[in-house]
Design a protein around this ligand. Structure first.
Ligand code: AMP
Length: 122
């Protein structure tokens, strides 16, 4: 089911599906019909917000293949948060796969900013 319909796609035992549903508390800073933005519980920068689509997709590659318009909604919400909190400048990170550091398998964009960010170190 797409995000335009009434009930989002969910996966059992998915932490971020539970946050989207309001079953697990989170500090939500912005939302739209397709996506939710909430503060990372372990922030790595003054601005560290996670943006997740309401629909469950495991990672950004699967989201891009299944619903590219929804990926655009995620990026748009990230830009809105950064406009509010870091002057519109931000780093967007999608860890994809365990060896890339992904630990929650519901696609999420890390929106990082609010400080001078250095070069990315692999
Ligand atoms: P990743 O390692 O890229 O999958 O990112 C998962 C992120 O989720 C980490 O930065 C965690 O700090 C964050 N996180 C885990 N549990 C929660 C939670 N309950 N609320 C907000 N952020 C969380």
């Amino acid at each position: 089911m797409s995000s335009n319909e009434s009930a989002p796609l969910t996966a059992p035992d998915c932490l971020f599906c539970r946050i989207v549903a309001g079953a697990v508390p989170a500090t939500v800073v912005a939302e739209n019909p397709a996506a939710v933005a909430f503060r990372d519980i372990d922030p790595q920068a003054p601005l560290h917000v996670l943006v997740v689509p309401r629909d469950h997709h495991a990672d950004v590659a699967q989201l891009a293949a299944a619903d590219p318009a929804l990926l655009a909604e995620v990026v748009s919400l990230a830009e809105l948060v950064a406009s509010d909190e870091s002057g519109g400048q931000f780093r967007l990170v999608f860890n994809t796969g365990p060896s890339a550091g992904q630990s929650v398998f519901h696609v999420h964009a890390h929106v990082l900013g609010g400080v001078e960010l250095g070069r990315i170190n692999a």
